[in-house]
Design a protein around this ligand. Structure first.
Ligand code: A2P
Length: 335
């Protein structure tokens, strides 16, 4: 039998699924067979992997026989339905959806931060929300150095975080605007071109969105800090790829801006771009296509003696989704 793993990508036609295929290719993932899955409407169509067409299959138990790992990015409802069936067929599921993240029996893993959590999984490993991943990367070295006591985080989230429909909507609205044509929102509740939408999903009765709750709960689970105080605001912005987050973090022990620069520069998966005099700081357009998260605008908080403010940007389809999912199985980020 050929060496390598049999890998399934569920949601292979979507934004995260397509990036997963790209990353499996780039990282020369040790793979002997790739199986691609999407919804009923895509069955029989093809996606490209290593220059070859791969036919989309229907999600059904028999199709997962012999699969070692299934990377799933087809949405939460689909994950709830499919993951137990895929595990039963013998595969480990790396799930990108929200379905299992807060399940106490399911590890929620960022490979650079808590690879130990993946040990002893019961078939499903959850991949955190894309904004959580980008935010938690610089929080980890700060926490280790000074013990976090409070975090205020405001995200600026790209449209591709909402899938291929989000990408199409920004493109179409931008073209319509340039032609002077009327703009009718379809995917987002408001026009996204040349606008900001200060709610990623439904605002609940407590005033917070589900996305904001994910940022709070998942950060606590990954950092193993159940009581950490976090104030989240999540905003959709007219950027195609890469989420940016403005963070102010307070620590029990003061971490100076100089020390933070050193900590961030040394942390695996984080890169320092902090030379504002040269207009050098992370921006979505510069970070798109990269696997690391980039941090800059590092400064001590004017309003709190132990506070530190910074700006972090990550390509949320790569580190925020596909890269984070592939890394643990690929030997990378195993610190
Ligand atoms: P399809 O292209 O057939 O709709 P995105 O997040 O970019 O919108 O992508 C969602 C992905 O999940 C797509 O690949 C989509 O396939 C897939 N998907 C959606 N519904 C299902 C389903 N019921 N079963 C399997 N895959 C699904």
């Amino acid at each position: 039998m050929a060496a390598g793993l049999c890998v399934a990508v569920v949601g292979a036609t979507g934004a995260a699924g397509q990036t997963t295929l790209k990353i499996l290719e780039e990282r020369k993932f040790p793979l002997r067979e790739l199986r691609a899955f999407a919804s009923e409407r895509s069955v029989g169509k093809t996606v490209t992997f290593r220059g070859e067409p791969v036919t989309i299959r229907r999600v059904e138990p028999a199709a997962f026989k012999g699969v070692d790992i299934a990377f799933c990015s087809a949405g939460s409802a689909q994950a709830r339905e499919y993951a137990p069936m895929i595990v039963k067929a013998g595969a480990t599921v790396i799930d990108k959806s929200n379905a299992y993240r807060m399940d106490p029996d399911v590890p929620l893993v960022v490979p650079e931060i808590n690879p130990h959590a993946a040990r002893g999984h019961h078939g499903i490993i959850a991949c955190p929300n894309c904004t959580t991943i980008v935010t938690v990367m610089p929080l980890k070295p700060l926490h280790d150095a000074g013990k976090l006591t409070r975090v205020i985080a405001t995200s600026f989230q790209a449209v591709s975080g909402a899938g291929v429909g989000g990408i199409a909507e920004l493109r179409e609205q931008t073209l319509a605007w340039a032609r002077g044509e009327p703009i009718t929102p379809r995917h987002f509740p408001h026009q996204i071109a040349f606008n900001l939408i200060p709610a990623i999903d439904k605002v609940e009765s407590d005033g917070y969105t589900g996305e904001e709750r994910k940022l709070v709960n998942e950060t606590r689970k990954i950092l193993e800090t159940p009581g950490l105080r976090i104030a989240p605001t999540t905003v959709r912005v007219p950027v195609f790829t890469s989420h940016s987050v403005s963070v102010t973090a307070e620590t029990e022990v003061k971490v100076s801006a100089a020390r933070a620069r050193d900590l961030f520069a040394r942390f695996p998966g984080l890169r320092l771009w902090d030379d504002p005099a040269q207009h050098r700081y992370p921006m979505p357009i510069a970070v798109e296509g990269q696997d690391d998260c980039f941090v800059g605008r590092i400064r001590e908080d004017l309003s709190s003696p132990n506070g530190l403010s910074f700006w972090v940007v990550g390509d949320q389809l790569r580190k925020g989704a596909a890269t984070n999912a592939v890394q643990p199985r690929n030997g990378a980020g195993q610190t």
